[in-house]
Design a protein around this ligand. Structure first.
Ligand SMILES: Nc1ncnc2c1ncn2[C@@H]1O[C@H](COP(=O)(O)OP(=O)(O)OP(=O)(O)O)[C@@H](O)[C@H]1O
Ligand SMILES: [Mg+2]
Length: 267
């Protein structure tokens, strides 16, 4: 079974992508999964901060030929590693051919070493985000019930779907008052999507407003601090089960593992 690639994006920033990635990684390790996080938020990479780690090398060092991609891998916690994107890489879409081919070669070497590659993206609809979204198996667009977040999530979904359709595209409401409110938010975004784009988004649940869920940012050791008493923890467990059983990974693209991710850069 190849590495499963999940991308997390959002229209508006600050809606909870990175918090989701960190909690998702922690829960996946509870299932015994080995997780690699690629911090592709190249402007404001911050995944390492949740684990109180500092970065010595990042993707820009790889592209400059100073280190190999494997040398940038930072162990965050048991079963969770990180590839820091680095703020020096302005736009993956603008990389020259040598840059792209070195990323491709480098990621290929990691095939089979991880069960999941989780890609944390910048907010917004840059070419870079669209490139990343087009080459992951499962796409999660996170959004809150704030008006700006709803309209920006829709814009991202619309632009992405123009070129790549809506297959395996999930809209995940975050910071909602309850699961019921989360479902309602999903339905209102999906209503607009079906009306104007004639296709449905996928629903796998929502995450409630929950301070325990955010404690990954406070502690020096985030592992294990998200107690089962937390609402969001239970909601995320259900989401993880859906991701685990998702058909996207059994598709032709899914069975290609990391090479599908890499095809996206080279096509
Ligand atoms: N379910 C939640 N309940 C309460 N607070 C939350 C929840 N999810 C995220 N937050 C808080 O929202 C803030 C922004 O979260 P986060 O940094 O994960 O967003 P982001 O989408 O990655 O932002 P950026 O676009 O800047 O990368 C953080 O302070 C985080 O603790
Ligand atoms: Mg973030």
């Amino acid at each position: 079974m190849g590495t499963r690639v999940v991308g997390i994006a959002s229209g508006k920033g600050g809606v909870g992508k990175t918090t989701l990635i960190v909690n998702l990684a922690l829960q996946l390790t509870e299932f015994g999964k080995k997780v690699l996080i690629f911090d592709a938020d190249l402007g404001m990479a911050n995944v390492h901060l949740a684990f109180s780690k500092s970065i010595s090398h990042d993707l820009s060092d790889v592209l400059e030929g100073n280190v190999s991609l494997e040398e940038t891998i930072l162990s965050l916690s048991e079963g969770i590693d990180l590839i820091p994107g680095g703020s020096g890489v302005a736009d993956i879409a603008d990389l020259d051919e040598i840059g792209v081919s070195s990323i491709v070669r480098a990621f290929s070497a990691l095939e089979g070493q991880y069960d999941y590659l989780l890609v944390d993206m910048s907010a917004g609809i840059s070419t870079q985000v669209l490139t990343f979204l087009s080459c992951v198996h499962l796409k999660i667009v996170v959004g809150t019930n704030e008006l700006g977040s709803i309209s920006d999530a829709y814009s991202l979904i619309k632009v992405h779907s123009k070129h790549h359709g809506m297959e395996n595209l999930i809209y995940l409401p975050n910071r909602v008052p309850s699961s019921k409110a989360g479902k309602k938010l999903f339905e209102s975004v999906n209503y607009v999507t079906t009306k104007f784009l004639q296709e449905d988004l996928e629903y796998i649940g929502s995450i409630s407003e929950d301070s325990l869920y955010c404690r990954v940012w406070d502690s020096t050791e985030p592992k294990g601090i998200i107690k089962s008493a937390s609402n969001a923890y239970a909601e995320l467990s259900a989401i993880v089960s859906k991701i685990e059983g998702h058909s996207a990974f059994n598709s032709e693209e899914g069975s290609k593992g990391l090479s599908f991710f890499l095809d996206g850069f080279t096509s």
